[in-house]
Design a protein around this ligand. Structure first.
Ligand SMILES: [Zn+2]
Length: 385
């Protein structure tokens, strides 16, 4: 039986439910990133209160520290981080291939030096799956090769072929009880390559499929063109996951194209850097104009931060580098992302996603001048669908 069910459709967009060993996940869903068995600055209790149904853990980081065997002996990742809902672990491929100078690829796997102590480490498809089995995640990602966005075609082709062979090996490896396994489609920004690799990976018996190697430095419109073309061609009965993307506008465009799952460090990392998301824009809390502002970050936001605290207070905490700033800012940004997704789910069910998308982009809250502004309306191509 498939772990994923589509419950409603609106154009190419889907609202669905993904059943995992730690509960159902309503999609489209945003997964907060908990690289080191913690979503930075917030507790598992905070995440529960925010309504998060699934978080992401990181194979590379957890294998190096504290070590997968150590987590297993302590009862697995859920128990270790006191999180009873679903966890997806990435395979470590993206991090290892980001090391560039510190890694060597062969047909069997990758040898690399730890960013922590320089020690020699190895990841193969079998090792990556064994680590994810030890962690006990609900969704394990197949080990893939993620070439840089500007890699020559021959390198992209070799990486795609190897990723296919590694995907088959990942499926042969033992897994944790009830663990779902997702395959990853590579192919850079070339549609013919993406289609060829989608055909190869979707021929394998994975429980879900992901688009990898996007949001890695290519222009947003190039990324959107790939997602718009490829997402609708991904298996209809399985969850579709766009890895590592992106801004609220990216998420809405992905949802419209038929993507069900997203993860990104943006809400949490940007929060710590002083950037807070509001409808249709962002607030840079470090700007002097917020120093005496008694208004909350977003008057319409029900989060603990906006319900209790002013911009002036947040500005003070930010400039004083007070630890409470990081928690409140993270709570707000995650609330913004999770509410965006909940709104999109409801809109798909009601057949009003197009209006929801346009309203989100058109609503300008009291945001700051943005060096990287969101688009003011959905791309007109969506009007045709
Ligand atoms: Zn808020």
């Amino acid at each position: 039986m498939s772990a994923f069910r589509v419950l409603a459709r609106d154009g190419g967009a889907r609202a669905g439910v993904l059943s995992t060993a730690h509960g159902d996940v309503q999609t489209p869903v945003f997964m907060p990133v908990g690289t080191q068995a913690t979503v930075k600055a917030v507790s598992s209790g905070d995440l529960r209160e925010l309504g998060a149904e699934i978080v992401l853990g990181n194979t590379y980081h957890l294998a190096l520290r504290p070590g997968a065997a150590s987590v297993r002996e302590l009862g697995g990742l859920h128990r270790f981080m006191a999180w009873r809902r679903a966890i997806l672990t990435d395979s470590g491929g993206f991090q290892v291939f980001s090391l560039r100078e510190r890694r060597k690829v062969d047909e069997d796997g990758v040898t690399f030096r730890s960013h922590l102590d320089g020690s020699e480490q190895r990841l193969t498809p079998e090792i990556a799956m064994a680590i994810q089995a030890d962690l006990g995640s609900d969704i394990a990602m197949a080990f893939d090769e993620c070439p840089p966005a500007n890699a020559p075609n021959a390198e992209i082709d070799a990486a795609m072929a190897r990723t296919t062979r590694w995907a088959a090996r990942s499926l042969e490896a033992p897994r944790a009880p009830g663990q779902l396994r997702f395959g990853i489609v590579q192919g850079a920004v070339d549609l013919a390559r993406r289609r060829a690799h989608l055909a190869a990976i979707s021929a394998l018996p994975f429980d879900g499929f992901a688009l990898g190697g996007l949001g890695v430095g290519e222009p947003p419109d190039v990324m959107h063109a790939v997602v718009d073309a490829i997402a609708p061609e991904m298996p209809e009965q399985s969850a579709r996951y766009l890895m590592g993307v992106g801004t609220p506008a990216d998420l809405l465009a992905g949802i419209a194209a038929g993507i069900d799952m997203f993860d990104c460090v943006m809400p949490t990392r940007n929060a710590r850097n002083g950037q807070l998301f509001v409808r249709g824009g962002r607030v840079n809390i470090g700007n002097t104009r917020h120093r005496h502002d008694p208004e909350p970050i977003d008057a319409g936001c029900p989060c603990e931060c906006c319900a209790n605290y002013s911009r002036a207070y947040l500005s003070h905490l930010f400039h004083a580098k007070e630890l409470l700033y990081y928690r409140l800012a993270t709570v707000h940004n995650l609330r913004h992302y999770l509410d965006l997704m909940a709104g999109a789910r409801a809109a798909i069910t009601n057949g009003t996603l197009r209006r929801y998308w346009a309203n989100y982009l058109a609503t300008r809250g009291p945001s700051d001048p943005d060096p990287d502004p969101l688009p003011v309306s959905p791309p007109s191509a969506f009007d045709a669908t």
